[in-house]
Design a protein around this ligand. Structure first.
Ligand SMILES: [Zn+2]
Length: 383
């Protein structure tokens, strides 16, 4: 028998000190700041998952009645109101309010006398499915599956938890990806760099994600031109305005095929960059910050170029060869603009890797969630 430990915390002494000590220690920075009235003076402690509350929970969705689940989904803007809309079957009548059907479900009814068709509230929905037979799932179950999917629960776990076929889970995943892709593509068209008044800082870079040897692939054989260069890369270019993270624009690049042991496909090609820059940056009054890739030297109206040097260089000064150290941060002046602070690799902890890769990764994961160009042409994007 082990010694029993009392749950009562003593009023004083060492035991109280041990049992009442804080779960986390204060950081050095926290202690250094004496007292500040303004909360913003302290760095944010980030989000703690155990303290976050989501609007909906699994029991709430699963326990909901037929009327409740429709109310919940409409409140969350996941379901539209079909009442009073024109019937999609006959295009003549109008749809009624939700009426109980003999099988216990709620349906709309068309008012046209030759149609009188009954329709589910989630008819033609991009995420929820209608159907009959064994594969039919109620709205509650489908909503629960969507919630689990949004929480990044594994496909196999969803299958075991909800008892749904793996194909149904894959279907939701695919539909979600398609929706996100369409959303990103629609939103991307609204993005405008610069404000047309003062000069704005814009950053551009490219990032490489995946490679594949296509020498034995039937699908990609038509791309293979040189037998010695069989490696196909997935490379994306990103442009973002400083201080406005929602202006991230991504473009898929088509880098050259390389030899097997190449470290990467190289920087963005001039011809590709020209198309992107002319479309997005020309005449927008922007200072473009890039790495030292030659392609970015392209001259455009309304675009000033700043580059940073990542590696040390050997230069001739007064007849003597000497090493020039890389300039990660430097103040440069433009005629049009007084001062620009150049940030780079070390200063901002990563240009290509630090800034763009996570933004591209997370925005893909959040918004696109899969291969933005479909799976046929490109490589399987997200693994
Ligand atoms: Zn009708």
């Amino acid at each position: 028998m082990g010694k029993s430990v009392s749950v009562v915390v003593p009023k004083k002494g060492k035991k109280r000190m041990v049992q009442k000590r804080p779960a986390a220690r204060k950081t050095k920075l926290w202690k250094q700041i004496p007292y500040v009235r303004d909360k913003l003076a302290l760095p944010s402690r980030g989000q703690r998952k155990d303290q976050i509350k989501w609007k909906r929970t699994l029991p709430e969705l699963l326990k909901a009645t037929g009327t409740d689940i429709i109310r919940i989904l409409r409140a969350d803007k996941l379901l539209i109101k079909w009442e009073g809309k024109r019937c999609p079957f006959c295009c003549k009548g109008f749809l009624s309010k939700l009426q109980p059907y003999y099988d216990g479900s709620l349906k709309h009814r068309c008012s046209y006398r030759n149609c009188h068709k009954r329709m589910n509230p989630h008819h033609l929905h991009p995420l929820f499915t209608e159907g009959t037979g064994s594969s039919q799932k109620s709205l509650q179950e489908q909503a629960a599956m969507l919630l689990l999917k949004l929480h990044n629960v594994k496909q196999s776990s969803i299958h075991m938890l909800l008892g749904v076929n793996h194909k149904a889970v894959e279907d939701v995943e695919r539909k979600l990806c398609r929706l996100r892709k369409e959303y990103v593509e629609a939103k991307e068209k609204e993005i405008v760099f610069g404000d047309g008044k003062g000069w704005q800082d814009v950053e551009a870079d490219e990032a490489t994600f995946d490679k594949r040897d296509i020498s034995r692939s039937i699908n990609f054989k038509h791309l293979l031109k040189d037998k010695n260069c069989p490696v196909l890369w997935e490379q994306w270019a990103g442009i973002i305005q400083r201080g406005r993270p929602h202006t991230l624009v991504l473009r898929k690049l088509t880098p050259k095929l390389t030899v097997k042991r190449a470290p990467g496909p190289g920087a963005v090609r001039r011809i590709e960059w020209k198309g992107i820059a002319e479309q997005l940056l020309a005449n927008r009054k922007v200072v473009l910050h890039t790495d030292s890739a030659k392609s970015y030297r392209l001259k455009l109206p309304g675009v000033l170029h700043d580059r940073v040097i990542h590696c040390k260089k050997r230069v001739k000064v007064k007849g003597k060869m000497q090493w020039q150290l890389p300039k990660y941060v430097q103040i440069v002046s433009h005629k049009e603009r007084v001062q620009v602070n150049q940030h780079t690799k070390v200063a901002t902890f990563g240009w290509s890797v630090g800034i763009f890769a996570p933004i591209i990764c997370t925005s893909f994961a959040i918004f696109v969630g899969g291969h933005p160009q479909g799976t046929k042409k490109g490589l399987p994007y997200w693994e």
